[in-house]
Ligand binder design. Structure first.
Ligand SMILES: [Zn+2]
Ligand SMILES: [Zn+2]
Length: 340
């Protein structure tokens, strides 16, 4: 075929040889302006419908490249963008591409002005509006929740939510409220609250109870619920000295369905089922154990000063015990025991 323009005999596109076809043709097009939203609260940018965390210049590059349209048949192999700041809200971005068209490698350039527009992303608007879907209530089984345990559970939930939100930006902790008898943690997601309540239950040997409340109808007509997960902590905590079947133990571990006990005196290890753990009575909470000064040690014993009357007494220790200058001891019926 002959090119209708230059007369060259070659394969033709729309009647033109490849050179005449490509000559002056706009291979890529950018709109005059590209508006890019920036959340005024979290400062993330919305690019092709998604909120992303990026540096401003890099965001303008992405916004420009994502607004690019190419002529039919052009396969873009690579694209580069160069933003030039006009002022802090307007960037002239030049985009260069390399691509393949009709079996040839071609290059093309286009430019646009990326305008930065203030906005608020849905997550931030929800967070600012105290939006929540679920509550985890931490309560103690007996008396007041201790400050230590309250702080531990709040820290655990905060850390886990921070971790989960790094891959799912819709997950956030709305509020932490100290209430009579415990603490309430309000969060944006029912499924996250459910798994965190389960994790806390496994860690503390706690009972959980779930209650749902209808709060409205969603746009799609489905029922909207708020769910509360009550996590009722048992009286005992890990490392407490407990009495079980007439003997003293250290509660050395809590697993999914059981607890691990270390018997004081001979350090025999045993496992008890969750249901049996209800029979355990706390003798001394771990933060109330006495400290005794170590005078000397042998393989299976140490000599300590009695923390109350300062007499020297021998107590047995496990062979592999790591003994410092002081040790934790518990007074069980006027006998002191080393607590590993
Ligand atoms: Zn031609
Ligand atoms: Zn935001």
């Amino acid at each position: 075929m002959f090119c209708v323009k230059c007369g060259k005999e070659d394969e033709t596109y729309d009647g033109l040889c490849i050179d005449c076809f490509l000559n002056g043709k706009e291979l890529i097009v950018l709109p005059q302006h590209v508006d890019m939203e920036r959340c005024a609260s979290c400062e993330e940018f919305r690019i092709s419908g998604h909120w992303v965390k990026k540096a401003l210049r890099e965001a303008t590059e992405d916004a420009a490249v994502h607004s690019l349209s190419a002529v039919d048949g052009l396969r873009i192999l690579s694209a580069g963008a160069l933003p030039e700041e006009q002022d802090d809200r307007n960037f002239l971005v030049k985009v260069d591409i390399q691509g393949e068209l009709c079996g040839r490698v071609v290059t093309a350039t286009a430019e646009t002005t990326v305008r930065v527009k203030n906005s608020v992303c849905q997550r931030c608007s929800r967070q600012l509006g105290n939006y929540y879907e679920a509550t985890i209530q931490i309560r103690s089984g007996t008396k007041e929740l201790s400050d230590d345990v309250r702080d531990d559970t709040v820290r655990y939930v905060r850390d886990r939510i921070e971790n989960i939100s790094s891959t799912n930006r819709h997950i956030f902790l709305t509020k932490v409220e100290e209430v009579q008898g415990g603490v309430d943690m309000l969060m944006s997601s029912i499924s996250t609250a459910k798994s965190l309540a389960k994790e806390l239950s496994d860690m503390y040997g706690a009972e959980t109870k779930e209650t749902a409340k209808l709060v409205g109808i969603a746009d799609d007509g489905s029922n909207m619920y708020r769910v509360t997960y009550l996590v009722r902590l048992p009286e005992y905590h890990i490392n407490d000295v407990v009495m079980f079947e007439g003997k003293a133990y250290k509660l050395s571990g809590i697993g999914k369905g059981n607890g691990k006990l270390t018997r004081l005196g001979d350090f025999h290890l045993m496992s008890v089922r969750r249901s049996q753990m209800n029979d355990m009575k706390v003798h001394t909470p771990y933060n109330e154990l006495m400290k005794a000064t170590v005078v000397s040690r042998s393989k299976k014993e140490i000599q300590i000063l009695h923390p109350v009357n300062y007499s020297t007494i021998d107590v047995s220790i496990p062979e592999d015990a790591d003994i410092g200058d002081t040790v934790n001891v518990a007074d069980i019926d006027d006998t002191l025991f080393y607590v590993p």
